[in-house]
Design a protein around this ligand. Sequence first.
Ligand SMILES: C[S@@+](CC[C@H](N)C(=O)[O-])C[C@H]1O[C@@H](n2cnc3c(N)ncnc32)[C@H](O)[C@@H]1O
Length: 255
Amino acid sequence: MSRRLALVGLGPGDPELVTAQAARVLNEVDYFLVADKTAQHPGTADLIERRDAICERHVAGPWRTVHVADPERDRADPADYGAAVRDWHEARALAFESALLENPGDAAVLVWGDPALYDSAIRIADRIAERGVVDVEVEVVPGLSSVQLLAARHRLVLNTIGGPITITTGRRLLDDAASGDNLVVMLDGALTCCRLPDPSGWWIWWGANLGSPGEQLIAGRLDEVAEAIADRREEARSAQGWVMDTYLLRRVTRP
Ligand SMILES: C[S@@+](CC[C@H](N)C(=O)[O-])C[C@H]1O[C@@H](n2cnc3c(N)ncnc32)[C@H](O)[C@@H]1O
């Protein structure tokens, strides 16, 4: 019989933002699998503690977590970014497969936010199923994404009336901003918005460590708030040991 491999979206860190379905699945499986990056990034230990806090709130009785050491990703050649990420997914799939072989029973992978948005869990689980070494039935349990929490915190509608929205990364922002006027930016370790050629032409709604005690929020015209954002970003990092931020950029419409 196939074993269950549930990819459970936990939301962006706040135990109150876990869905009833995610809580049910956490209570049904035998153990949890967590990608552990603490060897490369010691600050991320707090992220593992936040996952523990979520389990403590929602799991009745004791639970067991299996930590899967995250393989190092080759970041040396950004020109070959896609290939480097594919290799990394393959290495991660093998690491998770070993953990499943060593630990019988049904497992849930604890996914930050929603598994459908900039997360490798679905690709990795598909790869494990495809290899066929472990017989797994993959299921996806949605979670609240950091983008939804950003919108709620700023009381925002992400799209303009009837308009499109681009969800992109820091790596692509300068190109995407040339053609888009309403963009959500994720995975931006370098506050790339500060390098936009016309900072007075954009509004920004920014949030860091949303759903965690060190949450930070700033909104305003980019040229007026960029410095404050950079400062608060560093404050969040030193308070919590890690910083993850997401922001909406919208072009200022001229009368
Ligand atoms: C690997 S992606 C994971 C996204 C996640 N699956 C989601 O649904 O939010 C990591 C990026 O998500 C954003 N992010 C995740 N959690 C966040 C949080 N609590 N506050 C702000 N941004 C967050 C940041 O842009 C971060 O660089």
